[in-house]
Structures are given as C-alpha cells and as structure tokens.
Write a protein that binds this ligand. Structure first.
Ligand SMILES: Nc1nc2c(c(=O)[nH]1)N[C@H]1C(S)=C(S)[C@@H](COP(=O)(O)O)O[C@H]1N2
Ligand SMILES: [Mo]
Length: 438
C-alpha cells in the first residue's frame, strides 16, 4: 500500500468511507466533524510526510489539501492535461496549475456537455445557420455564419466562463452531477458579434423578457425531440455590450468541444447560459422554459437551508451573476519549497458581473492575511490577475489560501458556503499545499 494511502487508512480507521473518498481523490466536506486533536495532528503529519506548522490555527474537520489532490489527468483529444470526470457525456476540468495563463488557451478550457456534441466532421461553418425568432422578435430571420460575420461589427473580449457547479465536489451531503473541484472555469479571448446588434436587427419588441438558445447537440437518450439543454438570460443581460455570439477563441476557430462554429458567451453568469453549437436564439415574452431552465436545474434556494434540506421547487431561484472567487494557479499544489527563498504566488480572481477589488493570501489557515497585488481586468467581465511573495517561518506543511473581495465588499468565504440541493456556487477559498524544507 502506498505511504499516502496507508496514512489515510490509519487516520480514518473508524470511517472507511471517508478514507476511500480521500484515497480515490474525492473531496469531502470540511465541517463534518472536529477531529484535529493532538493524535490527529500526528497522523496527518505522517500521511503528509511533514509537520503542520500552524496546526493550532487549523479548523477542526479541515482535511489538509495535500491529501485531497486527485489522480493524474487522462488524455482528451484537442485538450491538454484536463481531468476527465465523465465520458458520456464528455466532461473534463482543468487542473488549477494549468490555468496559469492570463488568457486561457483553447486546449485548456474545461468541457461541460449535457448531451452528445454534433459530430465534428459534419460541421460546415460556411453553411452553418442561426435562426433569430421567438414571441418578442418582430422580424424573424435566419443568418448564415458568413452573413453574421459580414453584416455585424466584430468584437474581441476576454470573458470569464465558469460552470455553476464548479466546486460541487465539496458539498455534503453530496450533490449528484459532475464532481467538479476547481477547474470548471476559464477566460479566453472571444471574438464574435454582439448579441444586441443581431437581436435588434430583427426587432426586439417591448414585451421581451428572456432569451432562449437551442444547440445542435443531441439528448443522451437519442430522442430527437428532446434537448440536452436550452437556457437563456434576461433581456437586459443579452443586450449588454459584452454579450457575444462568438465564432472564434484566441484568434482561431472555437474548439469543437467548446461549441465550434458558433456559441453564445454571457460572461460572469453560469456558463450554462452560454449555448454551444447554437442554431437558434429566441427572444421570449416570458422566462424561457427550455430544458434545464425549470425545476431545480441551475437554481438555488431563495433562503439559507441546512445541509440535506428538501427545498420546494417554488422556493428555488435561477442563478444569475456568479459570486466572487479566486484560483491559485502557481505554484502547483503539493510542491516542495526551500525556506530560504520567498515563494511567488500567482492566480486569477473574478466576481460575476462585478469587479474584484482586493485579493488576500494566507499561510496559516486564514488567521492572518497578506494583501496580494491585483491587476485591472483586460475588459469588463474578464478575470484579474493577482500575485504575492510569501515567506515561511519554519519548515513543515503549509496551505496557501487566496481570498478575493468584490467591488461591493463581498468576500469569498474561507470554507464551503451555503449548501444547496444541486451543489452550485461553491466559492470557498482555493487552497494549495506547500511543504517547506531547508
Ligand atoms: N449546446 C450546449 N450548450 C451548452 C452546454 C451543452 O451541454 N450544450 N452546456 C452548458 C454548460 S452547463 C456549461 S458549464 C458550458 C460549458 O462550456 P465549455 O464546454 O465550452 O467549457 O456550456 C454550456 N452550453
Ligand atoms: Mo455548467
């Protein structure tokens, strides 16, 4: 048995399920029970292979992130180092250290599919069409992709997209669905036409309420009548300067798995609003009622609930702007670092429709915070880069935590925020493990 596994099995001998979860890289809840006693300190140190320097500061029940790091990534065509969570449909996330680029390359943007993508070879960008219609469109029209490109001004913007379920793996009781850890986020540069320009060219009526997209992907059941997903945004979001119908990413065609040849990008909102392989865009006179708009999909309770609560459907509301969050992209979790050197920390922070105004980093489980340097975004709704230099007082195990604060003064929580039935919106501080040696 590998040393890490043996340490974990010893540590959780009274809770084999939890030991399994840790051994196999699943993340578990932080607040389940308080066990950080003296004996646990020793057992942790044994499993990690180093003493935990600030163990007195460590919240009871917190599992050291060094023990949570998952398995090696599996290969996925067109992608580089992503971790595959599911292959039917294909879902894959990006390990945090591979999101280090200021602008996310296509090869490192996560993939979230609800159905089967349209076959790659059947896609002909020159013949692709987009229908604009719906109750609140005065003059419905179908554009070919070349027409869209010719008739409307092009805009290039860096826009953050994050799956509403990013961070789901930490909820307990667990939520069904892909067990995303931290990597269902990215911020490429998108090029496209403004949704507003295209919709207004077809006449947006006074009674417009919501958009609704339909893509060319197919339902997992094979039923052609069913959509895998069909969502939208309130009309005010659709008409913003930054809402795009995009045909390129980082100056190239969109990657197939990210919606080639045409997708919607509504930055800062759950990425489920960003329809891929989009064929039809409706403007509705009501809140769109397509697949995964209703029920509990992409919704959270209107009020705080205790973990495990059954929440009535009418008490669930649609997720709009995503909450403030940050990601440490360097160093990679689990590195060994020399005590004599300062450690350079880097990452990104974003806050849905808002901007990020501060980022703080801690090496003692959030007891003290050091302010990081924070850059302005490339444009509205793009993530912002932060950096800091850290010094460590002695050898041993540390966790580096990052915490962003948005332009309204709202901070990321240090540990798992409001439990909800589907496991959305976990914006807890990102943690990386660092072992400091001589
Ligand atoms: N047509 C279509 N669009 C879609 C989806 C899908 O399954 N089909 N998934 C949505 C969800 S839930 C997310 S998180 C994003 C993921 O975008 P990406 O795969 O490009 O990262 O696409 C959204 N758009
Ligand atoms: Mo998503």
């Amino acid at each position: 048995m590998p040393k890490r596994e043996r340490g974990l099995r010893e540590l959780y001998s009274s809770d084999p399920e939890r030991a399994d979860a840790l051994v196999f890289g699943r993340r578990t809840d932080l607040s389940r029970r308080g066990f950080l006693e003296l004996s646990a300190r020793g057992a942790f140190a044994c499993a990690i292979g180093a003493p935990i320097v600030f163990w007195r500061e460590m919240p009871a029940g917190l599992v050291p992130v060094a023990l949570l790091d998952s398995q090696d990534p599996e290969p996925l065509p067109g992608k580089d180092g992503l971790t595959v969570l599911n292959d039917r449909p294909i879902n894959a996330e990006t390990p945090a250290h591979l999101l280090d680029d200021d602008i996310t390359p296509g090869s490192r943007l996560f993939v979230r599919n609800n159905g089967h993508p349209p076959p790659r070879r059947g896609i002909d960008a020159a013949k692709w069409t987009l229908e604009i219609s719906g109750e609140s469109i005065a003059a419905p029209r179908t554009f070919t992709l070349p027409e869209l490109k010719r008739e409307f001004e092009h805009h290039t913007l860096q826009l953050t997209i994050e799956c509403g379920g990013n961070g789901r793996s930490e909820f307990n009781p667990p939520a069904r669905g892909n067990q995303w850890t931290v990597g269902a986020v990215g911020c490429p540069r998108w090029t496209g036409v403004r949704m507003r320009d295209v919709l207004q060219a077809c006449g947006v009526k006074e009674d417009a309420v919501y958009t609704g997209y339909y893509g060319a992907d197919t339902h997992l059941s094979g039923d052609p009548e069913k959509q895998p997903i069909s969502r939208g945004v309130p009309i005010h979001k659709a008409l913003e300067d930054e809402s795009l119908i995009a045909f390129a990413m980082n100056g190239e065609d969109l990657p197939w798995l990210n919606g080639h040849p045409l997708r919607l990008v509504t930055g800062g909102w759950p990425a489920s609003t960003c329809g891929k392989w989009v064929r039809k865009l409706l403007v509705r006179d009501r809140v769109h009622d397509g697949a995964k708009m209703t029920g509990s999909s992409y919704r959270v309770p209107k009020y705080r609930v205790a973990p495990g609560t059954q929440v009535p459907k009418e008490d669930m509301q649609i997720i709009e702007s995503m909450p403030v969050k940050s990601l440490i992209t360097s160093p990679k979790s689990g590195i060994t670092h020399r005590q004599s050197d300062a450690l350079a920390i880097r990452g990104h922070a974003w806050a849905g429709d808002r901007a990020v105004s501060e980022v703080w980093v801690s090496i003692d489980f959030g007891s003290r915070w050091q302010r990081a340097e924070l850059k302005e975004p490339a444009n509205r709704l793009a993530w912002q880069h932060f950096s800091a230099n850290l010094r460590f007082p002695e050898q041993g195990y540390y966790e580096v935590w990052a915490r962003a604060v948005d332009s309204e003064g709202v901070s990321q929580p240090m540990i798992l925020p409001g439990w909800n039935p589907k496991g959305y919106l976990n914006n807890a501080c990102h943690r990386v493990a660092v072992q400091v040696t001589t």
